[in-house]
Design a protein around this ligand. Structure first.
Ligand code: WT7
Length: 652
């Protein structure tokens, strides 16, 4: 019998899109020699690239590797805001546009590098005036406005670590992160514009602060105004951004930081209910962002670059703030939703600003595809010359659509694999050197060593699948989990000692290309955003009606995965649609809208192994209505059959 899937896969694997000779000739990197040179001595290679940053004192040792703790560029001193701003002053870049910003309602702002530098210096002085010192943490909870970028760089300038919490997270999630980071100051806004509505950020801050005693001061940006989001200002604690900036001095010498000093914390989901504070250091992270932006996006001085990510996620940290600004790029930043006021907003922005490099999420590409090609067709997209995708595997069909409809069949596509933990892109084609295959992130970047291994940590031969691991330290790697080095060791370094475990499964084809297969742990990827099943389970059992809950990620055409919850209720509670809605709202309140369960299945019992572990694999089969896997380890096999029936009834 002919296995059509296998044939299809084979065809896909051999479908190559090599760089055109014209693109290769002009590409920033077009000599394949770089791969061999980097592989021969990755540490020395990164040492060479690091010369391109601006240092106030050169480093003594490029890498000290005491697994799992790495120190890069020890002895070196530098400041990240100087590398993003001051180093462009006195050059042609100083009067270049750094940011073309557009708000969702259509308001615009343009900041040159010099103007951005002045704002950052002023706000750095404001933070100092509020008592923020080197080594402190500042939590940032803002819409995607220039002030968000300014705040992060101002923190970097005075040596305080920023902890950005995505504006879509709830007050509870914010409070957890404030407590864990022990932040002294919160920078927020009265609200943000989203899909025609307003997100009342300050109100969430007020509620979070009832349980966050470390916070002394709150700075509030007036973004949407009193009419739409009245902000209650608590005397002595809260102050308006504009009042504080009024008259602030623009003279603020940058703090000289050690290479390994903490630059920021960013919380992400792990396989337990408690979010992990990913800690990134100054020099290595900055270097990784700088180099990968330049290489992967083939950045040229005349480019107009647009990464659509929110700064609430790592993609916004690395490819809105530190990567493009350290390269002196001109970029577009857009506050709002892609379908507001209509489904062509992104294409209208590309046309308006003449965007040449466009980097967006796989989920977004699938949504654009579903909306229809009439929206991009209505706009002139001929300024585009390179496209990127990130967040989850891109199916070959979406890849081809992206290439043809958005890229006019002329733009290379870079499918970039990386993680909050890796800090910067790790696996991606270099557009002038590597032939792309739709659906494959291709190969590790120069200086990055990855492998696919079996359960014993043995490298699998070409054609085989296994766990994706990183076998050599890299500059932007997370240094630890904030305040929890034990969990850092356990999560990433215990499965294969001395080797970083990504949590992803991958396959390597006969040409050595890597195909990412998705998470192999209890982590879901919802619209490119990471969420742990445990986190949603904790939120559910927090509700008084719930006895027990199991959550799995169910495959979804647009979002990649969506949470589906299996819930047993307490004695005497009526499990009905009304309760299901209440539980969904409870999850939104505890975590945020991205965590809202797609469906809730009530059940008298959850399938468990004899040792009491919930069998999520089985639940996933049920949710996706597949043939059931092996059920012999079930405590009560009848449970699954009834679960499955209920699920099918729910879906119907
Ligand atoms: C997880 C990391 C990196 C910024 C966005 C998400 C998945 C990411 C790809 C890609 C296949 C991808 C992985 C990874 N992922 N990019 N190009 N192809 N999968 O950051 O929240 O830290 O999630 O996203 O599963 O482990 P994150």
């Amino acid at each position: 019998m002919i296995d059509e899937h296998a044939i299809e896969a084979l065809l896909d694997e051999s479908r190559l899109f090599p760089p055109t000779p014209e693109f290769a000739a002009r590409a920033t990197l077009n000599d394949p020699e770089i791969y061999a040179r980097a592989e021969a001595d990755p540490t020395a290679f990164w040492g060479e690239v690091a010369q391109e940053l601006t240092w106030s004192r050169p480093w003594d040792t490029t890498l000290t590797w005491e697994p799992p703790f790495a120190r890069w560029f020890e002895g070196g001193r530098l400041n990240a805001s100087v590398n993003c701003l001051d180093r462009h002053l006195g050059t042609a870049t100083q009067n270049k546009v750094a940011i073309h910003w557009e708000g969702e309602p259509g308001d615009e702002r343009t900041l040159t590098y010099r103007q951005l530098w002045r704002e950052v210096c002023k706000f750095a002085n404001v933070l100092k005036g509020l008592g923020v010192q080197k080594g402190d943490r500042v939590t940032v909870y803002m819409p995607l406005v220039p002030e968000l970028v300014i705040t992060c760089l101002a923190c970097a300038r005075i040596g305080a670590a920023h902890s950005v919490v995505f504006g879509g997270f709830s007050a509870d999630a914010l409070a957890d992160r404030l407590q864990d980071s022990q932040s002294k100051v919160v920078v927020t806004a009265d609200g943000g514009h989203r899909r025609g509505g307003v997100v009342p950020l300050k109100r969430a801050v007020d509620s979070a602060l009832e349980r966050s005693p470390s916070v002394e001061k709150v700075v509030v940006l007036e973004r949407v105004g009193h009419q739409l989001a009245p902000a209650h200002m608590q005397a002595g604690r809260d102050a308006w951004w504009h009042d504080l900036m009024d008259g602030a001095s623009a003279e603020c010498p940058a703090e000289e930081m050690d290479a390994e000093d903490l630059l920021f914390i960013l919380y992400t989901s792990g396989s337990t209910g408690k979010p992990k504070g990913i800690a990134h250091s100054t020099a290595g992270y900055l270097l990784g962002c700088y180099a990968t932006t330049k290489w992967v996006f083939d950045l040229k001085p005349e480019d107009v670059y647009w990464c659509t990510a929110d700064v609430g996620w790592i993609t916004g940290h690395s490819y809105v703030i530190y990567g493009p600004l350290s390269n002196g790029a001109t970029q577009v930043i857009y506050e709002g939703a892609p379908d507001y006021p209509a489904k062509d907003r992104f294409w209208a922005l590309i046309e308006k600003y003449g965007v040449s490099i466009f980097y967006t999420a796989t989920t977004a590409i699938r949504a654009f595809m579903k909306w229809g090609e009439e929206y991009p067709r209505a706009h002139d997209l001929t300024t585009l010359r390179l496209l990127g995708s990130v967040g989850e595997p891109i199916n070959p069909e979406a890849w081809m659509w992206y290439r043809e409809i958005i890229g006019g069949d002329r733009c290379p596509i870079v499918d970039t694999w990386w993680q909050t933990e890796t800090g910067h892109i790790m696996i991606s084609p270099l557009p002038g050197l590597v032939a792309a295959k739709p659906g494959s992130a291709t190969r590790p970047l120069p200086g990055i060593l990855a492998d696919v291994v079996d359960a014993n940590g043995v490298s699998v031969p070409p054609g085989g699948g296994g766990y994706l691991v990183l076998t050599h330290p890299w500059p932007g790697m997370l240094r630890t989990l904030y305040g929890d080095p034990e969990r850092f060791k356990e999560t990433y370094w215990s499965r294969f000692p001395g080797i970083y475990f990504t949590g992803d499964g991958a396959k390597r084809d006969k040409d050595g290309y890597l195909w990412i297969l998705g998470r192999v742990d209890d982590v879901m990827n919802v619209s490119g955003h990471r969420l742990s099943t445990m986190e949603v389970e904790s939120a559910l059992v927090d509700h008084p009606a719930v006895a027990e809950a199991a959550v799995i990620g169910k495959k979804h055409d647009l979002k990649g995965e969506v949470p589906v919850a299996f819930v047993t209720v307490k004695q005497g509670v009526t499990a009905d649609n009304n309760l299901a809605d209440k539980l969904k709202e409870h999850v939104v309140k505890k975590i945020g809208a991205i965590a809202r369960p797609d469906s809730i299945v009530f059940t008298a019992e959850l399938p468990k192994t004899r040792s009491g572990k919930i069998m999520r694999r089985l639940l996933r089969d049920v949710a996706e209505s597949r043939t059931l896997g092996d059920t012999t380890t079930l405590a009560d096999p009848a449970v699954v059959a009834s679960l499955r029936e209920k699920h099918e009834a729910n879906e119907g």
